[in-house]
Write a protein of this length. Structure first.
Length: 64
């Protein structure tokens, strides 16, 4: 997973957190989006997205 991909995922997660904190999103939608935000943060820190493997997607900065 490349740096740009990590930053985008982290920014989206922060935006979802802010929307939840300011109560723009609530109920079931909020729970679903918070779970997605958590997954985004987790995958950013471990630099691996399980959905990329089956599709052969590679956003890594380094060439293999």
């Amino acid at each position: 997973m490349g740096t740009t991909d990590k930053v985008i995922r982290f920014v989206i997660a922060i935006i979802i957190g802010i929307l939840y904190y300011t109560q723009v999103i609530s109920s079931t939608l909020a729970i679903i989006l918070l779970v997605i935000a958590g997954i985004f943060i987790l995958t950013s820190f471990i630099s691996f997205c399980p959905l990329y493997a089956p599709f052969g997607i590679n956003t890594s900065d380094a060439e293999d």
